[in-house]
Ligand binder design. Structure first.
Ligand SMILES: Nc1ncnc2c1ncn2[C@@H]1O[C@H](COP(=O)(O)OP(=O)(O)O)[C@@H](O)[C@H]1O
Ligand code: SF4
Ligand SMILES: [Mg+2]
Length: 327
């Protein structure tokens, strides 16, 4: 059995707002093995980013997390800010959609890359420079020595994203979280960045979490997919099983609304309606108002996430566990 390096148990994120409490993430149980790539998908607002921002201690001031989020058995949610800071630079890093949010516009790339190495790994200036330039080369930045001396605004969007990825990888983290890493980039650059992740995953054996609102983007890279809706996981499956045989009505709707190589754009069916208000989640299934097969019971009973087949879970009242062949 492979060992899980990262695990959440009942991870819940709430925000206080003038209109009351918003529950953005509700009792999430995730497990990620060393070297594994998992995708977290779901429409915008489903709680994907807040899940990992809470783990990184980066929630906005009105937010708080409860439950557990352990990296190699250590709970990140109960650590002191100082201790979490050490883990954040060394064992777990995050890449964001907009690389400018992670880069300091007034510092040269060189300073931003070498600082973590000097602070967390006690490298000398010369060692840090050497490793940083080598990493820029690894992430496909041409003429890395010259770019090393530049400011972020002197680079293109795609190059900045590569710098962010280089920065995240420099300390060889055990877990790298990439939150919509290609959403802000044009299609060609997007493909190049995804290729880069595929390559890095092989070379560094880093566990990778790819967050995307677009199932198509992560399909080629992920081993396993978690589908989130209104702050909950509604289905979890190995990536091929999810595409070939989706079980949850929301996953089916998401697939029907996602462009794929083998479908015409005209045949795409947008999901009707909108996700529920997270301040007043309905009593029953959160997807009921948009679900084409909903029944009366769906409005009354909240479907629990249950095992339905090997390595598969689903939270729908109408999806039953597969019958097992008698031994
Ligand atoms: N600072 C905040 N205050 C109140 N609610 C928030 C705040 N940040 C996020 N939320 C709520 O959390 C929900 C989930 O957000 P997020 O995790 O960013 O979604 P996504 O799946 O698009 O990454 C949002 O729809 C919003 O309702
Ligand atoms: S529980 Fe009911 S409403 Fe929810 S996804 Fe399943 S069938 Fe649809
Ligand atoms: Mg997000």
């Amino acid at each position: 059995m492979t060992e899980n390096i990262f695990k959440t148990e009942g991870l819940t994120v709430r925000f206080d707002t003038p209109d009351g409490e918003v529950q953005a993430v509700s009792g999430l149980n995730l497990e990620i093995a060393a070297g594994e790539t998992v995708a977290i998908v779901g429409e915008s607002g489903s709680g994907k980013s807040q899940t990992f921002l809470s783990v990184m201690g980066l929630l906005s001031k009105n937010g708080r997390a409860s439950g557990k989020a352990t990296l190699e058995g250590r709970d990140l949610l109960t650590m002191s800010a100082r201790e979490l800071d050490i883990y954040r630079g060394r064992d777990i890093s995050m890449v964001f959609q907009d690389p400018m949010t992670g880069l300091n516009p007034s510092l040269k790339i060189s300073r931003q890359l070498t600082e973590t190495l000097e602070v967390h790994q006690g490298c000398t200036r010369a060692e840090a420079d050497k490793r940083a330039i080598a990493m820029l080369e690894s992430v496909g930045i041409p003429d890395p020595k010259r770019r090393f001396r530049m400011y972020p605004h002197e680079l293109s969007g795609g190059m900045r994203q590569r710098v962010m990825i280089a920065m995240a990888l420099l300390c060889e983290p055990k877990l790298l979280v990439a939150d919509e890493p290609t959403t802000a980039l044009d299609v060609t650059i997007q493909a190049q960045i995804l290729e880069l992740f595929a390559d890095l995953k092989k070379r560094f054996n880093t566990a990778l979490v790819l967050i995307s609102h677009d199932l198509g983007v992560v399909a080629g890279l992920a081993d396993r997919v978690f589908v989130m809706y209104a702050g909950c996981v509604v289905e979890e499956a190995p990536v091929d099983d999810l595409f070939e045989n989706p079980k949850h009505p929301y996953t089916k709707a998401l697939l029907a609304s996602t462009p794929r190589i083998d479908t015409d754009l005209e045949n795409l069916e947008p999901i009707p309606g909108r996700p529920p208000n997270l301040q007043r989640l309905p009593k029953g299934c959160a997807f009921a108002a948009r679900c084409s097969v909903a029944e009366q019971q769906c409005r009354e009973i909240r479907p629990p996430l249950k095992g339905i087949a090997e390595k598969r879970t689903c939270a729908c009242l109408l999806v039953r566990a597969e019958e097992r062949e008698p031994a």
